[in-house]
Design a protein around this ligand. Structure first.
Ligand code: URA
Ligand code: CA
Length: 433
């Protein structure tokens, strides 16, 4: 493999051939091509981008570095969702059992907290005993028995992404649209899906803050879904404010339980119904999105989604009694109140600071492998755009003393009380592949 030739091609802004891409990826995963070569190539891709066919070949080569899961025992349509992440984005947890209760199979491979955003795996581990480290056989068994499997990336799932992501992280090359799109989509395509719903966030708490870059990311991922024959829809949703009333692992699990009992915050329920409804439509179980939303809403209200989640928790080794007895969930021992310093209207300014605050309290990792505290987090008392009086409680900080001063300073930076503020809609746009 002529690694230097490949580097020179991309360095000069020319298009890589499929053979060059496959050779490079295979050589890199096998250790024959070094991190030196790979980082130089990633920088060239970062600077020059990739054409559509080139990106499809790149994603295909990533996928080929590992295994694509197959579930011969499952006849239901296999449909998943992916969110680019944010503050308090709890949607996946009630969504997966609701979609399964309506007849889909949801093979969901999730990640851990990344940067300022929380990770679904970390949240699930707030459920006592819940195991997310599933082998491929465990994963298939959960999926067959419950319609849901909630696992992490195994060594066989896109090993190229593991290496490339770590390299991008240390070289400042995360923020490249083709590299992000191929990283996300290769992992989702490895689930052997029929269809996929993508939730691309916009706003100060989003991975891709800028709306127009979010749109390009969404459309790039949809293009890849089309290339691989997976039906897909992307939604552009609001992360200028936190989603729901809670952010933090156990707090979000409690909020998910509320949603599965037909209660809980309206914005969380709305996104669960919308994304679940679209999953049912793409999976061919309903004709229209409206029918799909109504089916999901019914599963939340009639207890079937909740009953499915009880079976998922049992199947993955967790203790479902925490649904009835919330005191079994981890809980921080102290609460600090943040109050309004003046009369005004709540406007969020910097949601990354809220993610940073949770991290300071011990709810996030500063480096890979750090233990996290599942009980800490933030509880939002006032919706964006609501009028408050001086002294009113804006939010509750659930903490153990650790990092409190730093967290409070970050929370103060995250919002402003202003004279007037018009919140953006929950959903800005919907695109279909
Ligand atoms: N999430 C991923 O999985 N990959 C990226 O490159 C960025 C976010
Ligand atoms: Ca939430």
């Amino acid at each position: 493999m002529d690694a230097r030739g490949i580097l020179a091609t991309k360095r000069d802004g020319k298009r890589l051939s499929e053979a060059q891409i496959r050779g490079f990826m295979a050589g890199y995963v096998a250790g024959e091509i070094t991190d030196h070569h790979a980082s130089a190539l990633l920088m060239a891709i970062f600077l020059h981008g990739m054409e559509e066919a080139e990106l499809a070949a790149w994603t295909h080569a990533m996928l080929e570095s590992g295994r694509v899961m197959k579930f011969p025992g499952i006849s239901r349509p296999k449909v998943d969702k992916h969110s680019t992440g944010g503050i308090g984005d709890t949607v996946s947890i009630p969504l997966a059992p609701a979609a399964a209760a309506c007849g889909l199979a949801v093979p969901m491979i999730s990640g851990r907290g990344l940067g300022h955003t929380g990770g679904t795996l970390d949240k699930l581990e707030a459920i006592p005993g819940f195991c997310t480290q599933l082998s491929e056989a465990d994963f298939a068994r959960c999926l067959e028995r419950t319609g849901v499997a909630l696992g992490g990336q195994t060594p066989d799932i896109v090993p190229a992404d593991r290496k490339l992501y770590a390299l991008r992280d240390v070289t400042g090359l995360i923020e490249s649209l083709p590299l992000i799109a191929s990283s996300i989509m290769s992992k989702k395509l490895a689930e052997g899906l029929d269809a996929l719903v993508l939730d691309v966030k916009f706003g100060s708490g989003a991975f891709m803050m800028d709306r127009s870059r979010g749109e390009v990311l969404a459309k790039t991922m949809l293009g890849l879904a089309r290339d691989f024959g997976v039906r897909a829809t992307a939604l552009h949703t609001n992360m200028e404010r936190p989603l729901g009333r809670m952010a933090g692992h156990a707090l979000e699990i409690a909020e998910s339980f509320d949603c599965l009992e037909g209660r809980g915050p309206a914005d969380l329920r709305e996104l669960v119904c919308l994304q679940g409804g679209e999953m049912l439509r793409l999976g061919g179980l309903v004709r229209t999105l409206e029918d799909g939303k109504a089916r999901i809403a019914r599963s939340l209200d009639d207890g079937s989604a909740r009953a499915t989640f009880v079976r998922v928790i049992e199947e993955q080794g967790g203790d479902p009694r925490c649904m009835d007895e919330r005191a079994r969930l981890p809980k921080a021992s102290q609460v600090e109140l943040v109050r309004a310093g003046r009369d005004g209207v709540l406007a969020w300014r910097d949601l990354r600071a809220l993610g940073g605050a949770i991290c300071e309290l011990g709810g996030g990792r500063k480096k890979l492998g750090d233990a996290i505290d599942h009980g800490v987090g933030l509880e939002f008392e006032v919706p964006e755009g609501a009028a408050v009086r001086v002294g009113d409680v804006l939010l509750r900080v659930h903490h153990e003393g650790r990092g409190l001063a730093e967290a409070l300073a970050l929370v103060e930076r995250s919002f402003e009380l202003v004279d007037a503020h018009a919140p953006a809609p929950l959903v800005l746009a919907t695109w279909t592949a």
